[in-house]
Design a protein around this ligand. Structure first.
Ligand code: GUN
Ligand code: ZN
Length: 435
């Protein structure tokens, strides 16, 4: 049995904060400690109390005065797009065809997939992300590289081999049968191994024929516990083209609903331009709209009405994500800074408590995994980050005038990036030191 005590200022959300003064929504310990036993949190509380219940001579790691939070969760990104970030394109479809599809073709090579997977996890850890929900490429080799690296690092990851059988280069196409067989093989090889979770991953309606949608439906019926991830209503040209390809569909959402792909485990990237009917459909199904702020701004896709969707009479579940490589930063801090600005442009307020709730517990709830990740509650995995709001000279200067915890969080979100992440623990192991 390995045991350690990790000391610092602890913050963990109990539910979504209703306002900036909703102190009941989170637990905070100014001089707190976590007792970590075999990679899981055994106790959360005041340092003196946790210390007195811990064995004599236990290893103690003192992170004071820094904040300790659950590791960030990134709900949508593309592992084969690390070398696509910063590609100069006018819009989504041009970006996919000119840069992204050619780049993903390279993941047929085992060595390339393995090399990028190593960098991918290094970047996640550097930025304090301990769980991510990723698209691999169409090639099974990419999923193998993705999950092998997660297993090696003990990280809780969700990922899927992309299913795509049309409207892309030949090197990036499977067939309905291949996509079914290979997804089943990825499930057999990786699902439940270590902390790996396989997601059924039809890329989006444009790159899947109706026959492939039926293959995805068959997988969803056979493996009802698995997540399903795809893209929805990101860009107006994309929506138009989708409806040309699926003329029977009421709207874009109906394409997925028709094939039984809209449920409470469905994660829909972007979902920016939804009609009221589509938002109702998402709400009724319990499907999650995943907000990708840096990507939506970078590709000029649109302003996701996050707060409006959350407060509907039929609320839509939302989550937040980087969408690397349409997204431009691996940092969930940078992501929430852009999410805040998007709500500002829509005349809405996104307060920093809500932002930090979203990137931790909120995303865990959207994944239906809150019993394992997203909080500091005893029994959950010790996936933790240590944040320093004085990480740069400019942040340090600004911190001189900060008086409250929400102000400190807002500073971290507005000015912070990987430099503010002092340490990242995965299942109780410090991972950032070696990077
Ligand atoms: N829609 C289909 N594929 C993609 C992708 O790789 N990135 C983004 N942003 N949108 C997509
Ligand atoms: Zn995406």
């Amino acid at each position: 049995m390995t045991e350690k005590l990790i000391r610092g200022r602890l913050i963990s959300f109990k539910r979504a904060p209703l306002s900036l003064t909703d102190t009941e929504s989170y637990a905070y310990e100014h001089d707190g400690a976590l007792l970590v036993t075999d990679g899981r949190i055994a106790a959360f509380g005041d340092y003196a109390a946790v210390r007195s219940s811990a064995p004599e001579g236990i290893e103690e790691i003192d992170h004071r005065p820094h904040l300790i939070l659950p590791g960030f969760i990134d709900m949508h990104l593309h592992f084969p797009q690390m070398q696509v970030i910063a590609s100069y394109a006018a819009n989504l479809l041009e970006w996919l065809n000119s840069y992204t599809f050619p780049e993903e073709c390279r993941f047929v090579e085992t060595d390339h997939a393995a090399r990028i997977a190593t960098h991918f996890y290094d970047e996640l850890i550097r930025h304090g992300t301990t769980t991510a929900v990723a698209y691999c490429s169409v090639h099974k080799t990419s999923a193998d590289a993705f999950f092998a690296q997660a297993l090696k690092r003990g990280m809780c990851m969700v990922g899927g081999k992309v299913m795509m059988d049309r409207n892309a280069p030949q090197g990036l196409l499977d067939t309905p049968e291949m996509s079914y067989d290979e997804t089943r093989a990825v499930i057999a090889d990786w699902h439940g191994k270590g902390r790996n979770h396989v997601a059924i991953t039809p890329r989006f309606a444009i790159t899947s024929t109706p026959a492939q949608m039926r293959a995805a439906q068959a997988l969803a019926e056979e493996f009802p516990d698995l997540h399903i991830q795809t893209h929805l209503s990101e860009n107006h040209d994309e929506i138009r083209y989708t409806l040309e390809l699926y003329p029977q569909a009421k709207d874009y959402t109906d394409v997925y609903a028709h094939y039984g792909l809209l449920g409470s485990k469905t994660l829909l990237g972007h979902a920016i331009h939804l009609s009221e009917r589509e938002a109702d459909a998402l709400s009724e199904a319990g499907a999650v709209a995943v907000h990708c702020p840096t990507s939506n701004l970078f590709l000029g896709s649109g302003l996701f009405p996050m707060k409006a969707l959350m407060r509907r009479e039929k609320p839509v579940r939302v989550a937040v994500a980087t969408d690397i490589g349409g997204g431009s930063s691996y940092s969930m801090l940078r992501t929430m800074d852009e999410a805040y600005k998007i709500q500002q442009l829509l005349g809405e307020r996104l307060n920093p408590l809500e932002s930090f709730y979203l990137v931790t517990r909120g995303n865990a709830e959207a994944l239906s995994m809150v019993g394992d990740i997203g909080t500091l509650e005893p029994g959950t995995a010790a996936d933790l980050i240590v944040l320093d709001a004085t990480a740069t000279p400019a942040m340090k200067l600004r911190m001189e005038t900060v008086k409250t915890l929400p102000e400190e969080l807002f500073l971290l979100q507005t000015m912070g990036d990987d430099r503010a992440v002092v340490q990242t623990y995965v299942a109780g192991n410090a991972m950032k030191t070696a990077l």
